[in-house]
Design a protein around this ligand. Structure first.
Ligand SMILES: CC(=O)SCCNC(=O)CCNC(=O)[C@H](O)C(C)(C)COP(=O)(O)OP(=O)(O)OC[C@H]1O[C@@H](n2cnc3c(N)ncnc32)[C@H](O)[C@@H]1OP(=O)(O)O
Ligand SMILES: CC(C)C(=O)C(=O)O
Ligand SMILES: [Mg+2]
Length: 516
């Protein structure tokens, strides 16, 4: 048996069945081109009988893709659906009609209201009809995992006799456990030996979180086509996440002995495109494509990864198209991570400086979820350079509103003495800054102003970061307070203190320190 596993992407069909994920035909075409670049073997482009728009999208994709994957459309066993499907895919270089019919007693009794014999007849006529139009016909036994195994085998036999070239065994409701699904595929292979003439396929849903595990169990039992969606989107809890299936086969290739034709370096950008087009965000901890999949924060992990990525990475970020892994600095970081950041940003601190910076960093990390570059630079300025605080806020009073020209009165300590000024501005922050300009006499230009909340809730601490520039000299200023205007004033004064310090201090600065 071949060790090649075909990847059947149904992001444009089952993926689109995710509530709220409808795509228009231009979006579908764009995604289909990307999936072709990713190197999937089959693209299920839609369900042509569903709507004129879906018919058009499938037709567009079928006419567009050249030298790439099979283009497939889904169809019920009804003649009109099959004809419609063929009209949509017929211009494809490699067209496929995918006919499905449920085989479980639950579906027969309640949904289809058909007897087993009627189902067998319908499979024969539907697959036969499709095969009269197209050489490549896939038949799916909807709800196969909850079907009587012997009746399922009977259905598979009929589909093969009618000309199906691919037999797909779905776990439509995500009910199977991996060992059961393995046994189900093995049972079909043992009891319908002629299935070897066709490609045996698996299509698993994630209702109990087993979609990928069941897909892998399926290929271990002899299936050679896996169906799924990028990012695991799809009906209800979604389909098997194709990127997880692909990377499982690649990462455990030695043990599984299976290969795919996928260009893995396209995985990450394909996932991003699916997110953009479907509007369904990927959770940060999602395997392979989540924002944290190659990010490390814990000190012990970062230390290990910096020494040898193999310690905590079972695949490289480059393999899936990411430039590199990321080290996130936060509450759980250790000295190795901090040293790594310092050297990467041009700072040369001695052991003792590193130690006092580390302590200040931990204090800040207890308050703030993520530590950014600006935070660390501000900490270095405070902890290492020990900038003297000439200007310090005493109080401020601001009047602003829809009918008032914003005006601020600000009182500031200049060393031990107090100075007070009032000023107007285009907004309350501008008024505060104009008053501070009068007091300090600074000529600094405000290059950047940003506000972030350090803590959550209504009493959140706001943190203001400013970047100031004066005569080619730049400095960051930071200030935190539950009142955003107070935080703004503190940040401005902090920046002015740093600019003054940079002007007066004589010591030789490292390249990183020069930016402060
Ligand atoms: C597991 C899966 O993902 S299956 C694919 C699911 N995807 C979709 O349903 C999306 C596209 N579907 C649609 O746009 C619509 O359902 C249509 C246009 C196909 C049909 O719409 P309607 O004619 O209004 O039928 P409706 O959706 O209400 O009911 C489905 C009918 O198809 C029948 N049916 C279901 N599966 C099949 C099948 N594989 N073959 C033949 N008939 C089927 C049902 O028994 C029901 O028949 P009934 O109307 O005689 O009771
Ligand atoms: C149409 C079939 C393949 C399907 O999506 C399912 O059974 O989940
Ligand atoms: Mg499905």
């Amino acid at each position: 048996m071949s060790n090649y596993v075909k990847i059947f992407d149904t992001t444009l069909r089952d993926g689109e069945q995710s509530p709220g994920a409808s795509m228009n035909k231009e979006e579908k075409l764009r995604l289909a081109r990307k999936l072709a670049k990713l190197g999937v073997d089959i693209i299920e482009a839609g369900f042509p009988a569903a709507s004129p728009g879906d018919f058009e999208a499938v037709r567009l994709i079928a006419g567009d893709l050249r030298g790439g994957p099979v283009v497939c459309g889904l169809s019920r066993t009804r003649p009109a659906d099959i004809e419609r499907c063929w009209q949509a895919v017929r211009e494809a270089e490699k067209p496929r009609i995918h006919v499905f019919l449920a085989t479980s007693d639950i579906h027969l009794q309640y949904k289809l209201q058909m007897t087993r014999q009627q189902v067998l007849d319908e499979i024969r006529s539907g697959v036969g009809h499709a095969r009269g139009l197209c050489e490549d016909v896939q038949w799916s036994a909807e709800d196969a995992s909850r079907s009587d195994p012997d009746f399922l085998c009977q259905c598979v036999r009929v589909a093969l006799e009618a000309g199906a070239t691919t037999i797909n065994i779905p776990d439509t409701v995500g009910y199977a456990l991996p060992h059961e699904f393995y046994e189900r595929i093995s049972y079909i292979r043992a009891n319908v030996p002629e299935v070897a003439r066709a490609t045996l396929s698996v299509h698993c849903h994630d209702d109990l979180g087993h979609a990928v595990a069941n897909s892998i169990a399926g290929v271990r039992a002899g299936a050679r086509q896996v169906e799924g969606c990028i990012n695991g989107i799809g009906e209800r809890a979604g389909n098997a996440a194709l990127e997880e299936v692909i990377m499982t086969l690649a990462t455990r290739q030695k043990e599984l002995g299976l290969i795919t034709g996928v260009n893995k370096a396209e995985i990450h950008s394909t996932s991003r495109l699916v997110t953009m087009i479907s509007g369904l965000p990927v959770q940060p901890n999602k395997a392979i494509v989540g924002a944290n999949a190659f990010a490390h924060e814990s000190g012990i992990h970062v230390d290990g990864v910096l020494k040898q990525p193999l310690t905590y990475e079972i695949m490289t970020p480059e393999e899936v198209g990411l430039a590199s892994n990321t080290v996130v600095l936060g509450k759980h970081s250790g000295r190795a991570a901090l040293r790594n950041w310092l050297s990467g940003n041009g700072y040369e601190l001695d052991r003792q400086q590193c130690e006092s910076l580390f302590e200040a960093f931990k204090r800040l990390a207890d308050k703030k979820k993520e530590i950014e570059n600006d935070d660390l630079e501000a900490l270095i300025a405070d902890e290492i350079l020990r900038i003297p605080l000439r200007w310090k806020l005493d109080y401020l009073n601001v009047m602003a509103g829809t009918e008032v020209e914003p005006v601020a009165t600000v009182r500031v300590f200049d060393g031990d003495s107090l100075r007070r000024e009032a000023a107007f501005g285009v907004g309350p922050v501008d008024a505060v800054y104009n008053a501070i300009r009068k007091i300090t006499g600074t000529q600094a230009k405000l290059m950047r102003y940003g506000v972030a909340s350090i803590t959550g809730g209504v009493d959140a601490q706001g943190e203001v970061t400013v970047k100031l520039q004066e005569n080619g000299n730049e400095a960051l200023g930071k200030g935190a307070d539950s009142d955003i205007l107070v935080a703004s004033a503190k940040a401005f004064l902090n920046g002015i203190n740093r600019l003054e310090y940079n002007k007066t201090q004589k010591m030789e600065l490292t390249p990183g320190e020069r930016q402060l």
